[in-house]
Design a protein around this ligand. Structure first.
Ligand code: GLA
Ligand code: GLA
Length: 726
């Protein structure tokens, strides 16, 4: 059961508007700067802050002392200035006195080392003692601020699981045993699911079940046990969140709850589809991926956020005005990227744009992390751009954007957290697998082909799409395989790749040839059967460079690190050795050339299409390069009619250009079109119908017969009022 959607109010007259602000840590500064903070917030059009996220030790300096005075004062000042507060449960970083009194709340890593205090999330999610202290804090805050009209939302914890995703403590082991008992009921079912006949792993009672601690040397954990341990860790953190939420809800039930997810390119470590059911509105922390994939990666992460939000608006709880400080090298944002990224989030359905953090820290681990008000002060480029953004968001809100839903694509790329966990396992044919990265690569390939796909959790309902893509959805249960088959039978198009459906939900391999999911159902659906995997990356990564540039050179006398396909594409990591193809399947491409011969897969089918029921099953049996996927998607012979059920003009504009990202948000009769330039060079926007609400880094003049041209980081938002509502 999903909680009902509820969105935090602003302190405007109507309570409406796009939320704009950031994490605010006034307790890290002398009170003398607070008035200046608020003055500068107002100048920047800030209307919301997330408060007290790391303030536990300030609020509760010792077990029996509480200090709310400072929090009362700052909330009153913010309220008077019309700035709403998203109040944290303040439990993300616990005070040292708690650890001194109760060292047993600390998590243990897989080597048996205690995770020491001093940072954040240094607590075991299954510790009953820690929970007691955390819930006491939640109740105190609810009692004190539950009726405070400046507090309009609850921000639970912070990035649950960031530092305590996996805990191997005795607490955790006991809880894992209970979790397994609930899941399997009897021990034979667990033995069967985990395949414990292997290496004498049979357990005779739930009391013998162990968490997968480090076992020495290069010992490998049972992958089914590991996968259950991931599920368990997710569940324990989710239970902890729910306990905190409910402790507040018992006292203050009427303000919306959220917690900030971590969806970006190298992070997506929780099963957020399940978390989304437990929040009143979905929120995310997104940190940009520097380099040429910057905007595409943001778009892919946001497409998943929009999927998690199920079409409702969602909240950017954190992103950065410029550089972070936690990577080996921290790129700054260049001209226009601050505005472009923020509006890109809006284009994908965000109705709230917030940053970590308001005032850049002077001390501590994050002093060199950018902020809205940088070290340089208000006389700075970043602060000026922040002000410009605040004003822009007000313009968009005034145009009626709030609550408008993102128009769906006809294609859904399916995301499956469990497959992401499974691909991180060390016992697979290649350790370079990543489901989430393959989702991103397919997402980008769709953009390259001039199309925008949605990203939808596997567990949701995607039966209304015309195409679904399952990139490296390694683990497919019998039920999910059946859902995929039913979708195709009813006329849908299904695309899978080389590593989809190799195992079931218990990491058991389907027999009879790959892909064996659904006891052979997937194999029948695609009309292919493969027997082995050809893994080509036998060279050092430095040698394994894409070969197109020296295609004319003689074949190397070492094993080649890539294989060519008969349609001109390239595969660099993995090719399934397909040994049988159904008579009614069409082979679109085979492996070909010296490299394929060297690997003895010359002529082996690489891409096939098989009719299934009323639909089509497209099989890509190798890790096709992004260019290869894009070429495939753009091939009208294969994908003619691809966009049949897509919004008319969107369809047209998508075909118009693969240099732009175009999204549309609709609210009743009003339609907002967003155009973002993907390129470092200028891109031309298709002919427009509506009024221009925002033109940023554009040139050209449509009024004198030209078209808008988006410069680097340029964007355009138009508004059209239609006669008919969606
Ligand atoms: C060793 C072990 C076997 C098996 C193989 C796998 O030789 O003795 O049990 O694990 O490695 O390569
Ligand atoms: C996370 C945290 C913030 C801050 C930022 C820095 O998202 O939630 O407290 O540490 O990272 O990027």
């Amino acid at each position: 059961m999903r909680r009902e959607f509820s969105w935090p109010k602003l302190l405007t007259e109507s309570g409406r508007g796009l939320a704009f602000g950031g994490d605010y840590n006034p307790d890290q500064w002398p009170e003398e700067v607070w008035d200046e903070d608020i003055e500068l917030m107002k100048r920047a059009h800030v209307n919301t802050v997330a408060l007290a996220i790391f303030s536990w030790s300030k609020i509760q300096p010792s077990e029996h002392t509480w200090d709310f005075g400072w929090l009362d004062r700052i909330i009153a000042k913010l309220g008077a200035a019309g700035i709403a507060v998203d109040l944290a449960s303040a439990t993300a970083a616990a005070p040292l006195w708690l650890y001194e009194q109760h060292p047993e709340v600390l998590p243990i890593d897989r080597y048996g080392h205690v995770i020491n205090p001093g940072s954040r999330q240094s607590w075991s999610p299954t510790s009953p003692v820690f929970k007691e202290y955390a819930l006491a804090m939640c109740r105190k805050l609810a009692e004190r601020y539950g009726n405070n009209s400046t507090v309009t939302a609850w921000h639970m914890g912070n990035e649950y699981g960031w530092n305590n995703r996996c805990d191997y403590s005795d607490n955790a082991q006991n809880a894992f045993r209970a979790w397994c008992q609930r899941k399997y009921g009897d021990i034979d079912a667990l033995n069967d699911a985990w395949g414990t006949a292997f290496w004498s792993q049979r357990v005779t009672s739930f009391g013998e079940v162990i968490v997968p601690r480090h076992m020495g040397g290069d010992a490998m954990a049972n992958p089914a046990q590991q996968l259950d341990f991931e599920r368990f860790g997710n569940d324990m953190l989710l239970d902890f969140y729910k306990a905190e939420r409910d402790a507040i809800a018992e006292i203050c039930p009427d303000k919306p709850f959220t917690t900030n997810f971590m969806v970006s390119t190298d992070q997506c470590c929780m099963d957020y589809a399940r978390w989304s059911d437990e929040v009143d509105f979905v929120s995310n922390d997104h940190y940009f991926h520097e380099g040429e994939s910057h905007l595409d990666e943001l778009a892919c992460s946001d497409a998943l956020m929009n999927g998690l939000a199920q079409g409702k608006p969602w909240y950017v709880m954190e992103h950065s005005t410029s550089a972070v400080q936690w990577k080996p090298l921290n790129a700054r944002k260049r001209g226009g990227e601050l505005m472009r990224d923020a509006i890109a989030h809006v284009a994908f359905g965000a109705d709230a744009i917030n940053f970590f953090q308001w005032r850049q820290s002077r001390s501590g681990a994050e002093a060199f992390h950018s902020a809205m008000l940088p070290h340089a002060g208000a006389d700075s480029t970043v602060y000026r751009e922040v002000c410009e953004l605040g004003e822009t968001l007000e313009t968009l809100a005034a145009a009626g954007l709030q609550g408008a839903e993102v128009e769906r694509s006809s294609t859904a790329i399916l995301f499956h957290a469990e497959s992401e966990w499974a691909t991180r396992c060390q016992t697979l044919p290649s350790m370079q697998l990543s489901h989430w990265h393959d989702v991103r690569d397919w997402y980008r390939a769709f953009l390259d082909a001039g199309q925008r796909a949605d990203v939808v959790p596997l567990r949701d309902d995607w039966s209304d799409y015309s195409t679904i893509v399952l990139p490296t959805v390694l683990s497919l249960s019998r039920d999910d395989t059946q859902r995929v088959a039913d979708f195709a039978k009813a006329g849908g198009r299904v695309i899978v790749n080389y590593a989809t459906g190799l195992i079931d939900e218990s990491f058991r391999v389907g027999l009879g040839g790959y892909p064996g999911a659904g006891d052979g159902l997937l194999r029948d659906m695609f009309g292919v059967r493969s027997e082995e995997f050809n893994i080509t990356s036998t060279l050092s990564p430095a040698d394994a460079i894409c070969p197109i540039a020296d295609a004319d050179e003689a074949a190397p006398d070492i094993d080649p690190a890539y294989v060519c396909l008969s349609n001109g594409s390239i595969s660099q990591l993995w090719q399934n050795v397909v040994t049988a193809v159904a008579d009614d399947a069409k082979v679109v491409a085979t492996y070909e050339g010296d490299e394929a011969e060297a690997w003895e897969i010359g002529g082996v089918p690489a891409i096939t299409i098989h009719p299934y029921g009323q639909g089509k099953a497209v099989y890509v049996g190798c890790d096709l390069s992004r260019e290869g996927v894009a070429a495939l998607l753009a091939d009208p012979a294969l994908f003619g009619g691809q966009q049949e059920s897509q919004g008319e003009s969107q369809q047209e504009s998508q075909r118009e250009s693969n240099h732009l990202i175009h999204t549309r948000r609709r609210s009743g009769h009003t339609v907002f079109d967003f155009y973002l330039n993907r390129d470092a060079t200028p891109s031309v926007v298709p002919e427009l119908s509506g009024d221009v609400v925002l033109a940023y880094r554009t040139s050209g003049n449509p009024n004198v017969g030209g078209r808008y041209i988006l410069q680097r980081n340029g964007l355009l938002v138009t508004r059209t009022v239609t006669r008919t509502a969606a």
